[in-house]
Design a protein around this ligand. Structure first.
Ligand code: WQD
Length: 336
């Protein structure tokens, strides 16, 4: 079985490529290398001890997508990660995000072989701010906190239209909560190109000495210790959810199918709790200060996870401690 992984050299994509190969699948990777280096390819090949098919192309350019699917006709499944994903950058340059993320989705849908099982990399950001926690999949799209979040909502709408259209379309949209950690080898992981926006890479860069201090964005929220609550899921659990999703789509008889699944642990963790868990797991001290709230941050977001368990038989297995240990291991290995 040959699986196309778009954005397959990115943080999440590369971990899913590894899981696919370890589950016996052949993989074709597309990446435009806008947010990662081609060195990730050689690390993946080292981990799997064989070569991978890689095509550098820009999915937002129609003709490149058309030629790709003419070249590779025997694809049995598609996992679509390729997208710009910086919340902050999307606020500064929204049109770049709408152009890239939406045209990539539209071009794939247009040229992919019909009836190919399709797994989409969505996000809990589609919910916006939700008062009732944990968040269930029946929660409608909220006000997206950024143009990035809006593109995830619109991509889900595009898939829904395709589902209701004339073509047969079988898809699962996976709404990730907060992916953290790295493969145990420390060879692949979250590798932000500039100053990390996300908590964990910033935290590990402070601990290793690349940055001075971690700023906690606000401790005056209406939570147990005043800091925001999130649902941090180990990247290896997240990768497994993609395998389970594909295999579910391979099994079902429906020619037309679409559904949405939360991929999280179901456990809400505050920023301060995360720091304490990191210090306990690694024995390292995190140097932090309390700063002002970050605009756009929501107070609480953690997943109701029953549906993923019921539909695809998946639930998270790794602890937050092991996820944070793997993130620390990745940071230390990046010095090698
Ligand atoms: C987590 C918490 C911050 C940095 C991200 C993506 C979003 C989606 C989910 C993909 C928040 C706090 C952070 C720092 C801090 N992923 N924080 N100091 O904002 O929940 O969302 O993951 O689709 O698109 O943006 O993640 O890691 O930025 O923040 O205090 O230096 O850590 O306030 O409470 P977020 P994050």
């Amino acid at each position: 079985m040959k699986i196309l992984v778009t954005g397959g050299l990115g943080y999440i994509g590369s971990h899913v490529v590894l899981s696919l190969v370890n589950n016996g699948y052949k993989v074709i990777i597309i990446d435009n290398l806008s947010n990662c280096g081609v060195s990730v390819l050689s690390k993946l090949e080292k981990l799997i001890n064989s070569k991978l098919i890689f095509e550098k192309l820009d999915l937002s350019i129609k003709n490149q997508v058309k030629l790709f699917f003419e070249k590779y006709s025997n694809i049995n499944g598609i996992i679509h990660f390729a997208a710009l994903k910086s919340v902050g950058e999307s606020v500064i340059n929204p049109l770049k995000y709408f152009d890239n993320n939406l045209n990539s989705m539209l071009n794939i849908i247009e040229y992919m072989p019909k009836e190919t099982p399709f797994v989409f990399s969505s996000s809990c950001t589609v919910y916006g701010t939700v008062n009732k926690q944990p968040i269930t999949e029946s929660t409608p799209h909220g006000i997206a906190e950024s143009p990035y979040g809006k593109t995830k909502q619109l991509c889900e709408k595009i898939m829904e239209k395709e589902f209701h259209g004339i073509n047969n379309f079988k898809a699962l949209s996976l709404r990730y909560f907060n992916p953290v950690g790295a493969h145990s080898s420390g060879l692949i992981g979250e590798n932000p190109k500039n100053i990390p926006e996300n908590l964990i890479p910033y935290l590990t860069q402070v601990v290793i000495g690349k940055r001075d201090v971690l700023t906690i964005y606000g401790d005056d929220y209406d939570t147990k210790d005043g800091t925001c609550i999130r649902d941090y899921i180990h990247i290896m659990d997240l990768a497994e959810a993609h395998i389970k999703s594909l295999e579910y789509l391979f099994r079902i008889k429906d020619k037309n199918y679409i559904d949405y699944l939360n991929i999280g642990t179901g456990i809400g963790v505050s920023v301060l709790e995360l720091i304490q868990t990191f210090e306990k797991a690694t024995g390292m001290k995190v140097n932090y200060i309390i700063g002002k709230r970050r605009p756009g941050d929501i107070e609480k977001a953690y997943a109701e996870t029953k549906k993923a368990k019921k539909i695809i038989g998946w639930e998270s297995k790794y602890s937050l401690s092991s996820a944070l240990n793997s993130a620390w291991n990745w940071e230390k290995k990046s010095l090698d």
